[in-house]
Design a protein around this ligand. Structure first.
Ligand code: BDR
Ligand code: CA
Length: 319
């Protein structure tokens, strides 16, 4: 299966690359401004592929700012570099000559089973959908980390990736493309505690120790900012569904992006009322359809230990 990873590395975006590359055909990495500036996230993507020996994967640089909003970064979570914790060597691997938006469109012509996996603000994906409306006919779908069924992190209502570029998210959720959503309600369950990071460190390779040190920085940030016990391994869930779908409980529902709202701009408004997924209601009778038809499959639960087994076993494949 072919996947294109679009993100803003970022500690958990980094793990997304490492997880995907050992199990799926990664046709490219496209970068976007988000956790840090586009310049920094692009350097970080290049550092990640060099750290892991994945320099065969092309990297294309994308858009530096959201469609409408002013840029907004997250140094309090990922540090001033966007990937603080270990001073990785300056990368030498070259970028693709293509802009990320064109890279996405070209990849959609080259592969007929392509899933886009965005793990940052949806700016590049929206721009590609706007530039080439026929893109919707050629991609298999979009599996994204963003939003939430419950609370936000940037605001009480909004999750960072959607909050940074709500207009881009709106384009994506209205596109008609099959969408899988991994929001904070599940990604905060994927908590890399000190014990889980120790398991990664105990793999014993220089690679695993470096990864554990990087994620430890991120864990400490999330502890300081949100009082969380472990590091939320948000982004890799959008990849893990293709490797071990049994790890997740998905539910179809309608998801809209709040673009206004006094307190709720950037919120994913998830219509949890829809129960007619198989033409049946919860108790087997004809479904009473309330609300709009589903436009997304939303993760509502996950097997946390199973996910960390998969992640740890995959990291052990690198040297
Ligand atoms: C999202 O924001 C970033 O900090 C993470 O990389 C993740 O994509 C979580 O809200
Ligand atoms: Ca991210």
């Amino acid at each position: 299966m072919h996947v294109l990873l679009d993100g803003d590395p970022g500690h958990d975006d980094m793990l997304t690359i490492f997880l995907a590359a050992k199990h799926l055909d990664v046709v490219g990495i496209t970068t976007v401004g988000g956790n840090q500036s586009l310049e920094k996230t692009t350097v970080n993507a290049r550092k990640c592929v060099e750290l892991a020996g994945l320099t065969h994967i092309p990297i294309a640089k994308g858009l530096p700012r959201p469609l409408v909003n002013e840029p907004r970064y997250a140094p309090e979570i990922h540090g001033v570099s966007g990937l603080d914790g270990v001073d990785l060597p300056d990368p030498t691997v070259e970028l693709s000559p293509l802009h990320a938006v064109d890279f996405i469109i070209e990849a959609s012509h080259a592969y007929d089973d392509l899933w886009l996996i965005p793990t940052g603000p949806l700016t590049n994906i929206a721009a590609a959908l706007i530039k080439d409306p026929t893109l919707t006919e050629r991609i298999a779908g979009i599996s994204l980390m963003g939003g939430s069924l419950t609370y936000g992190n940037s605001t009480a209502a909004a999750e960072f990736n959607i909050y940074v570029d709500p207009e881009a998210a709106d384009v994506v959720f209205r596109s008609g493309v099959p969408i899988k959503v991994f929001g904070l309600n599940v990604t905060r369950m994927a908590s890399a505690t000190v014990a889980r990071l120790d398991r990664i460190r105990e793999i014993g390779t220089p690679f695993a120790r470096t990864v554990a040190d990087l994620v430890e920085f991120y864990r400490a940030s999330l502890h300081n900012v949100f009082g969380l016990e472990g590091a939320s391994i948000h982004d890799p869930l959008a990849v893990a569904i293709f490797i071990k779908p049994e790890l997740f409980t998905m539910q179809e529902m309608n998801v809209q992006i709040e673009l206004n709202g006094t307190h709720t701009r950037g919120m994913t408004v998830c219509d949890y009322r829809y129960v007619g997924t198989e033409g049946k209601g919860l108790y087997g009778e004809e479904a009473v359809t309330v609300g709009a038809a589903p436009n997304a499959e939303v993760a509502v639960d996950m097997d946390v230990d199973g996910f960390f087994d998969l992640l740890t076993e995959t990291l052990a494949l690198y040297r």
